[in-house]
Design a protein around this ligand. Structure first.
Ligand code: SF4
Length: 325
């Protein structure tokens, strides 16, 4: 038989429902711009402590522009600038940079810095902090590094909240990582409030606007979807939470980094696939996933209704002063 190419008419029909908002948040956008501006200002190479955001495509692009990613400050030469990642760093890191006379730019998201300031204030008030978050996440390490050892205790689950031991029940407060599941956190907070009725809550929600909005956007489209593809890195907390949100609503969800990661057997022949992207995943990867679906389906694409996000964070003065002048 001669080779007969498939025509679009022969491909099964697939509705692709794209969640909104999705992808880059204001903190990620700012952190990437900081590295780009630092490269413009200081020339290459600019060192970056840790992945600037949790996405290897973003990291690779910046590497191509002249950024060098390192794990620790002692890998940075004395004569080169260093940028700290969006997740925030323990106080000891800028202190060590100052001691060495390094030029550094802090790309910590302003919403993470807000949590740092809250933590410091609570300790000044003599409170012990119960911090809801995930062990080992750089944001948690950064926040713990703002306060004296022993003054903050990690609570990861409702089970932890039920048994956590505290130095006293009167002077307690809780704070949270910015990229948690809204629903899980509510259950943990409920358990803490039940055990410690006088525990001080943060003045405003610590789970950031971008995390909450992306989870709400998945909830809004889940009922229509047979499968949910979440674009994001396996170490991206907010992306992992998006896949969990879909699963909990009964929609099988998969976290994928790019189009070639789609597991076609798992995907099967759905009528509707939802797509979203974590706060550190660029839109180009959403397009790549849609294009991959087009190779097997006759895709009808639709973006979910949404209220646009307008959040923008100011860039550090030291990088934009010339531009403003
Ligand atoms: S996810 Fe939230 S806290 Fe994290 S960088 Fe984005 S805006 Fe900031």
């Amino acid at each position: 038989m001669p080779y007969m190419p498939c025509t679009v008419d022969e491909l099964p029909s697939l509705k692709v429902l794209i969640a909104a908002p999705r992808g880059f948040c204001a903190g990620v956008d700012r952190a990437i711009q900081i590295v780009e501006l630092a490269l413009e200002r200081f020339g290459a190479p600019v060192y970056v402590r840790h992945e600037i955001v949790h996405n290897r495509f973003v990291v690779e692009r910046l590497r191509g522009l002249g950024a060098i990613f390192v794990d620790e400050l002692d890998e940075v030469p004395d004569d080169r600038p260093v940028v700290f990642s969006a997740h925030g760093v323990p106080k000891s890191v800028p202190a060590a940079a100052q001691t060495r006379g390094l030029t550094y730019v802090d790309a910590t998201c302003p919403l993470v810095s807000k949590v740092h300031r809250q933590a410091q204030r609570l300790i000044e008030e003599g409170r012990h902090i119960l911090f809801i978050g995930h062990a080992g996440h750089p944001e948690v390490i950064g926040t713990f590094g703002q306060v004296p050892t022993g003054s903050i205790t990690l609570v990861e689950t409702v089970e932890d909240a039920e048994v956590v031991a505290v130095p006293g029940t009167e002077n307690l407060a809780f704070l949270t990582q910015t990229t948690l599941s809204v629903d899980d956190t509510a259950a943990i907070v409920e358990a803490l409030k039940r055990r410690f009725p006088s525990i001080r809550a943060p003045r405003s929600e610590d789970i950031c606007y971008a995390t909450s909005n992306r989870q709400a956007a998945v909830k809004a489209i889940a009922a229509e979807c047979d499968r949910m593809l979440v674009i994001g890195a396996p170490n991206s907390s907010n992306s992992l939470r998006l896949a969990e949100v879909a699963e909990r609503l009964g929609v099988p969800g998969r976290l994928i980094e790019r189009g070639s990661d789609i597991d076609w057997d798992w995907l099967g022949q759905p009528a509707t696939v939802g797509i979203t992207a974590g706060a550190s995943a660029p839109e180009v990867l959403v397009r790549e996933v849609v294009d991959a679906l087009r190779t097997r389906f006759d895709v009808h694409e639709e973006e979910a209704e949404h209220s646009p996000e307008r959040m923008i964070f100011k860039l550090p003065r030291e990088l934009v002063s010339d531009r403003a002048a």
